[in-house]
Design a protein around this ligand. Structure first.
Ligand SMILES: Cc1c[n+]2nc(N)[nH]c2nc1OC(C)C
Length: 324
């Protein structure tokens, strides 16, 4: 086999693209049979030429070694919680507070609105475009290092897609389990007499904290990005919506429901509309995250002790728990 590296490189590119289209864009190109055939060919070549194996190869997603425990990981920037809003009045009050500090009117403030997914928040760190660390939120300042488990999620890129990758990128987002995957998992658990999960959020968090990545790999988990916490070199004075578009080109799922909206009235309308769509989404959300879009304004507004001044979560009434 004269040029194994050439065929290996081609197979990796094809499989990465197929992964991205299937698990990030929900728009598959390769058939499963085609994918499996090329995946097995790549495994064959890597077995014959182990010196050509790289950690970001699609064959390296699922490690075999169960972890003894998870190391503590200090978040470079704390993963804070959000203040809550429960009514149109609360949204207006938030917008007024922001406008006052920005010395403008509330109707001139540009917000982004996006669904607040009800899953497990995680942080992913990429250096020179390669995934080097993944951690749970933990207490906001320190989380658990679960890199091997997060590598098994097909919606977590092992290497960033774009040609000009940032030197450093920290992406934060939510790992969720869709209702269909949750029901199927609990059905299998009941049949096997093993642990049944109370809700998809617990199922996602529990699946991420499995010591054996081969178990995590079998769980129907998806990563949805919601913030670029660190980016070097940074994109200069940009906005949250532009950063999310950049994350999408780098290979992450970004919310299709993200909207740039001006003024509190239209924000409240978005919240009402999303509330009506809530039951048909196929996964749990517990509200809308409303952010000031302009990153300079976010920096000006900063944080109060435990939550940013520039963001608030609009919460929907708690849904009656599905008794499984
Ligand atoms: C805690 C959190 C949670 N979420 N969820 C979304 N969609 N965006 C978002 N942003 C967050 O925090 C940023 C405002 C930093």
């Amino acid at each position: 086999d004269a040029q194994p590296l050439e065929e290996i490189t081609q197979l990796r590119a094809t499989l990465d693209e197929a992964n991205y289209r299937y698990y990030v864009l929900d728009d598959p190109t390769l058939t499963d049979a085609d994918y499996d055939r090329q995946f097995q060919r790549l495994q064959e070549l890597e077995t014959e030429h182990p010196e050509l194996i790289t950690p970001d190869s699609p064959t390296q997603r699922v490690g075999a070694a169960p972890a003894e425990g998870f190391p503590s990981v200090a978040h470079a920037i704390p993963m804070l919680s959000l203040d809550n809003a429960f009514s149109r009045e609360d949204i207006h009050a938030f917008a007024e507070r922001v406008a006052e500090r920005l010395e403008c009117t509330a109707d001139d403030v540009e917000f982004t609105c996006e669904p607040k997914l009800d899953g497990a928040a995680v942080s992913l760190v990429y250096e020179q475009g390669v995934l080097v660390s993944g951690a749970t939120r933990g207490d906001g300042r320190t989380g658990e290092g679960i890199t091997s488990n997060l590598r098994t999620l097909r919606s977590v890129p092992l290497k960033l897609r774009d040609s000009n990758v940032p030197a450093l990128l920290e992406v934060r987002g939510e790992v969720i389990m869709r209702h269909a995957g949750f029901e199927a998992l609990n059905e299998r658990a009941r049949e096997a007499g093993s642990k049944v999960f109370a809700n998809p959020r617990n199922a996602a968090a529990g699946s991420l904290r499995q010591l054996d990545p081969r178990i995590t790999a079998k769980r129907p988990l998806e990563f949805h990005a919601y913030q670029a916490a660190r980016l070097e070199p940074d994109l200069g004075d940009t906005s949250h919506s532009e950063l999310m578009a950049r994350l999408a080109t780098l290979g992450f799922r970004a919310s299709s429901e993200l909207k740039v909206i001006k003024g509190p009235q239209a924000v409240a309308d978005y919240c009402e509309q999303l509330g009506e769509k809530r039951d048909g989404l196929g996964f749990d959300i517990d509200g809308v995250v409303i952010k000031v879009n302009d990153l300079r304004h976010q920096r000006e507004l900063g944080f109060v002790a435990r939550a940013p001044r520039w963001a608030v979560a609009f919460k929907f009434p708690a849904q009656e728990e599905v008794t499984t």
